[in-house]
Design a binder for this molecule. Structure first.
Ligand code: SDX
Length: 429
């Protein structure tokens, strides 16, 4: 994949030839792997221009606002497939036949229950604990239950761990919610779809029948699809780096959950809804837009901007359409949607946002739908974690299937003290 090269000319040194590698799409990369042996490191905090790996799962063109999963555009998947079909595509690389899909769905469905003793884990947390804190703990603890699928060099172990994580995340997430409101945990049901099952475990109770609204279930499924994977984002890179040391899949996914929790990443959906509530009315938008532009004010428009997208996040487009569908179907007139729409209109016509190419991202509208469905704000990022688990697993598996896989160990630009003699305490007084 390298038919061109770049020459580094450093004064007083032999020129350094570096191959240029070409992918099937997106920028070519300069292969700098030999630089270390020639006395140089590259310097790229935040990885603005660093390809950390080779991958075939997801492609993003940030300038064009394109997102493809195994080549399929996200809007076509969101509007024509269900989340489990997208999971199959992300994990296996091709769209499943009807038989493959039914078999995959059957395996996922029959792994949705969790070990009965896991329920006792929850009772160690305060009822008002943030659900993401609980998820970090409980998902990591799955390694304490599934000793039979911890050998990361065994592809059968990797596959059963993947199914267990994909299947059990909604169950654990719903248990987080039920625990905070003091209601009994609801068991999964094998006659429901993935999204219906999650909603049923969230909102059913033992005292009466609970019917899942099909429009809400479809919106939930679409939200799962829109958050499923996104190339080498912070949490996926965390999972890959954790996995590169040979850590077990449950520990790696727990690390991904921890990284996703940050408000600059998956935590932005919760932060965005709080921001819209704080703005409160379209009359206050100008003030908040001015604050977002003020370098001396730490306030940022949550749900706006993206490291890669310098155009409209294609997921936000689908999410905004789903927003209108759900609110119309549920006959909800949420003033926050008016605030969000007006905020988007004002920001997209403001020179600051235009010049910095700041557009709504996936987190801008998702909170309004989740609130309409009845999901509490503290559960928003947990929903993101449920959905992204398949992306994390797909990348973790791809890394382990790569024969060149090795532990990730970045270096640094050291600017600390040079070597100096240490004087014991009695000599320093
Ligand atoms: C997700 O990576 C992924 O793919 C993530 C994700 C996924 O699916 O995995 O897409 C999910 O995390 C979406 C992003 C959710 N986060 C937010 O909505 C939080 C608000 N956005 C920002 O914090 C920010 O835009 C980031 C974190 C998303 C991107 O940060 P970058 O790429 O490091 O960009 P930056 O912070 O350097 O900003 C560039 C400029 C700065 O101004 P200057 O210093 O150049 O003058 O734009 C400004 C920033 O001040 N800016 C904003 C802004 N975002 C960037 N100003 C106001 N409001 C904002 N939201």
């Amino acid at each position: 994949m390298a038919d061109k090269q770049v020459t580094l000319t450093i004064e007083g040194q032999e020129p350094i030839e570096l191959p240029i590698m070409k992918g099937t799409d997106g920028p070519d990369v300069i292969d700098v792997r030999t630089l270390g042996s020639q006395g140089y490191f590259t310097f790229d905090p935040g990885f603005l221009a660093t390809a950390s790996c080779e991958s075939q799962i997801t492609y993003i063109d940030g300038d064009a606002g394109i997102l493809l999963h195994r080549g399929y555009p996200i809007d076509e998947l969101a509007n024509n497939a269900d989340y489990l079909e997208v999971c199959y595509i992300l994990l296996y690389g091709e769209a499943p036949t009807r038989q493959e899909y039914d078999q995959f769905k059957q395996i996922v469905t029959r792994h949705t229950m969790v070990h009965e003793q896991i329920a006792s884990f929850f009772h160690g947390f305060r009822r008002d604990a943030h659900p993401m804190a609980v998820m970090c703990g409980v998902v990591g603890a799955l390694a304490a239950f599934y000793h039979d699928s911890l050998d990361i060099n065994n592809d059968k172990h990797r596959e059963i761990a993947a199914f267990r994580l994909l299947s059990k995340m909604p169950t654990l997430a719903a248990m987080c919610y039920k625990y905070t409101i003091g209601q009994p945990f609801i068991y999964p049901r094998n006659d429901l779809t993935y999204a219906e099952n999650f909603l049923h475990m969230m909102f059913a109770n033992p005292c009466e029948e609970y019917e899942v609204n099909p429009v809400v279930a479809r919106a939930m499924d679409k939200i799962f699809t829109l958050h499923a994977d996104h190339e080498q984002n912070a949490s996926t890179s965390t999972v890959r780096l954790s996995g590169s040391s040979g850590a077990n899949p449950f520990a790696c996914i727990a690390a991904g959950i921890a990284s996703l929790w940050g408000p600059a990443h998956g935590g932005a959906n919760e932060a965005c809804l709080h921001m819209l509530e704080e703005i409160g009315s379209v009359d206050n938008i100008e003030e908040y837009v001015a604050r977002a532009k003020d370098k001396d004010d730490p306030f940022r428009l949550m749900g706006f901007g993206h490291r890669v997208y310098k155009n409209y996040d294609p997921r936000a487009t689908v999410m905004r359409e789903a927003c209108h569908d759900v609110l119309d179907e549920l006959n909800i007139n949420d003033p926050l949607l008016d605030v969000a729409m007006e905020l988007e209109r004002i920001a997209l016509s403001d020179e600051y946002f235009v010049e910095k190419k700041l557009y709504p991202n996936v987190d801008f509208y998702s909170g309004i739908i989740l609130k309409a469905i009845g999901i509490p704000v503290s559960m928003f990022t947990v929903i993101f974690a449920i959905s992204r688990t398949v992306g994390w697993i797909a990348h973790w598996s791809e890394m382990h299937n790569d024969p060149h896989n090795r532990i990730g160990r970045p270096r640094q630009l050291y600017t600390g003290e040079t070597k100096r003699e240490f004087k014991p305490l009695h000599e320093r007084e």
